[in-house]
Design a protein around this ligand. Structure first.
Ligand code: NAD
Ligand code: DAU
Length: 357
């Protein structure tokens, strides 16, 4: 069996659902269920005996030790993190705690467990750490995309905490020989994406007749990847990735934020036209920029393509349409997520951002 951390979040729950659809191997899902963790994401596998959910914190070393010794996983896939850049700006402490201390505690528990395994199981064990392209910092318009050898230059408390966790993983491989793999992925989108992030926020606000907030001039560029393509890439790295290596994962889909929002509005105009007529584009509102906002991310994914023969199945056009269709078909999921805690966050983040001229 394998253990995943953070498997009730956006990418983790997609990974669990996809895993059980394509493999018989059991999966133990350890998640603290913070505001971002949602058991509704796992409804499809709630009756599946191959999925075991345990509520717990990666900072809780005693719980991790018991979990590993009782269940004897052959691999750990580590998604659990605080993941939202804006939250890291308003409150960095939780990012340091979960992303750095939590990863450290998980590495220590994994090292203890792995050290005690018989030779064959020791050799087969894997610790896969899921990280982000944000650790590389920001690119100018003509810079080459991030490769695995691009120097780290994180700019937000979130990306700095992820960079620190990547360095710990690297050190555990070099110092102790822990069989680690690290993936650095670009912006994901797709089902179960929490509506604090750009794509699901725009869909939810558009439908609710609310403003569609664009930070700054909306010309920041992200490299978009459909979430199930990311999950497939992680499975390939877990199967055949070289120990101690890092793999960049991206969709070769660089888009300016404003263009992403225009695309979402146009798809909504087609699939769910406004009762009052007109376009959802009319709801676009320019607001104050994110402090320290990285201008451009882009991933050079040639290493994973060459070594592991992975390529994304979705284009941006096919993936974004599927995503809008999923949100339109799952409005109950959105309504459930929009709890009191979420509304407090919306007020805190956007009340201070006066509309830009
Ligand atoms: P998310 O915020 O949707 O989910 C995070 C999950 O981790 C939640 O279920 C939460 O309850 C859980 N969690 C948080 N703290 C925990 C703790 N202390 N112990 C146990 N569980 C805890 O995040 P996501 O967008 O699914 O991202 C997953 C991982 O992928 C993160 O490590 C993130 O840095 C990385 N990543 C995300 C993206 C993206 O576009 N979303 C891109 C690249 C990399
Ligand atoms: O690049 C990978 C990263 O992608 C992951 O590591 C992070 O966990 C994930 O959250 C995501 O980070 P971003 O900051 O790029 O995602 P977000 O959806 O928050 O914002 C995408 C872009 O849209 C960014 O340039 C900020 C902008 N934005 C965002 C929001 C929420 C807006 O213009 N308006 C908004 O209201």
């Amino acid at each position: 069996m394998i253990v995943v951390t953070g498997g009730a979040g956006f990418i983790g729950s997609n990974f669990v659902n996809d895993w059980l659809a394509s493999s018989d191997e059991p999966i133990l899902n350890l998640d603290k269920l913070t505001y971002a963790g949602n058991l509704n994401n796992l409804k499809a596998v709630s009756e599946d005996a191959r999925h075991m959910f345990v509520q717990g914190d990666i900072c809780d070393r005693a719980q991790l030790d018991a979990l590993f010794f009782d269940n004897k996983p052959r691999a750990i896939v580590h998604f659990a993190a605080e993941s939202h850049v804006d939250r890291s700006i308003l409150g960095p402490g939780e990012f340091v705690n979960t992303n750095i201390n939590g990863t450290f505690s998980l590495l220590e528990a994994a090292r203890t467990y792995w050290s005690g395994l018989p030779d064959e199981e020791r050799a087969a064990f894997r610790f896969l750490h899921v990280s982000t392209d944000e650790v590389y910092g920001t690119l100018g318009p003509d810079d080459a995309p991030f490769s695995e050898t691009t120097p780290y230059a994180p700019n937000s408390p979130y990306s700095a905490s992820k960079a620190a966790s990547d360095h710990l993983v690297r050190a555990y491989h070099h110092t102790y020989g822990l069989p680690t793999l690290t993936t650095n992925c670009s912006n994901n989108y797709g089902p179960y994406h929490f509506p604090e992030k750009l794509v699901p926020l725009i869909i939810a606000n558009a439908r609710a007749g609310k403003p569609l907030p664009i930070y700054g001039d909306g010309q920041q560029v992200r490299d978009w990847l459909y979430v199930s393509d990311h999950c497939a890439a992680i499975r390939r790295v877990l199967e055949d990735g070289r120990l101690g290596e890092t793999y960049n994962i991206g969709g070769w889909n660089e888009k300016a934020n404003l263009d992403v929002v225009y695309t979402l509005c146009d798809i909504l105009d087609e699939l769910s036209p406004k009762a009052s007529g007109g376009s959802y584009r009319e709801q676009i509102t320019y607001v104050a920029d994110r402090p320290g906002h990285d201008r451009r991310y882009a991933i050079d994914a040639r290493k994973i393509e060459r070594e592991l023969d992975w390529r994304p199945a979705e284009t941006f056009e096919s993936g974004i349409k599927k995503t809008v269709q999923w949100y339109l078909a799952n409005q109950e999921w959105v309504a459930d997520v929009q709890s009191g805690a979420y509304l407090n966050w919306m007020e805190k983040n956007y009340a201070a951002r006066k509309e830009a001229p």
